[in-house]
Design a protein around this ligand. Structure first.
Ligand SMILES: O=P(O)(O)O[C@@H]1C[C@H](O)[C@@H](CO)O1
Ligand SMILES: Nc1nc2[nH]cnc2c(=O)[nH]1
Length: 195
């Protein structure tokens, strides 16, 4: 039987379960990750003190369906560096989505979009809409600064004329409060890892 292929990217919670499981199954903390293509999985055999984890045993992990792809992660040391090799990759042609990219549209604010505006933006390919980060990045880039921006998706755009929902600042603040600890953790981890 063919494995189930996810059509959507995993949520943060699902990825965390995967990551916790992996950390509990190996002490290796890779500084390098190598994806081995068809017939190139041999590199993983040169890894010292390998810890081999099969994709099928890893929670929320996709499955390799291509002949010649072993379908396992090999953690260990390569040339003295802690690394992980993917023996088997995931392809668009197997039905796996490419990394989900979204289009962030920035508007002037301070009002939220009308239903008509949300529909128009959606039909133009927008996935998220904001009124701050885009402007900030434009100014920062103009000043020559390198930028990395994170935007928390805090509320759903209302697209339905029969809906009683309305985007509002209270909901934005509420979501911000709910996710504050994760955002703080994420930002401080990024800062700690910056060269
Ligand atoms: O952090 P920002 O200011 O982008 O958060 C959003 C944009 C508006 O200021 C406000 C709308 O509720 O929240
Ligand atoms: N433009 C816009 N900015 C936001 N910031 C947070 N939520 C929203 C929203 O729904 N629209």
């Amino acid at each position: 039987m063919l494995p189930t292929i996810p059509t959507e990217s995993n949520s943060y919670e699902e990825c965390k379960i995967t990551s916790d499981w992996l950390k509990a199954h190996t002490d290796v903390r890779p500084v390098l990750a190598i994806v081995c293509g068809s017939g190139l999985g041999g590199l993983a055999k040169t890894i010292k003190d390998p810890v081999i984890l099969k994709y099928q045993d890893i929670p929320n992990f996709p499955q390799s369906t291509v002949h010649g792809h072993a379908g396992q992660l090999v953690f260990g040391t390569l040339q003295g560096k802690q690394c992980v090799c993917m023996q088997g990759r995931f392809h668009l042609y197997e039905g796996y989505p490419v990394q989900k990219e979204g289009v962030y549209v920035v508007l002037g604010g301070p009002s939220f979009e009308t239903i008509a505006e949300c529909r128009m933006l959606h039909s133009m390919g927008a996935d998220a809409v904001g009124m701050s980060t885009g402007h900030e990045v434009i100014v920062a880039r103009h000043c020559g600064m390198r930028c990395f921006a994170l935007s928390l998706i805090s509320n759903q755009s209302v697209m339905d004329y029969t809906s009683k929902e309305k985007a509002n600042h209270e909901e934005v603040l509420e979501t911000g409060k709910e996710r504050a600890a994760q955002m703080e953790q994420l930002v401080s981890t990024i800062v700690a890892r910056m060269e």
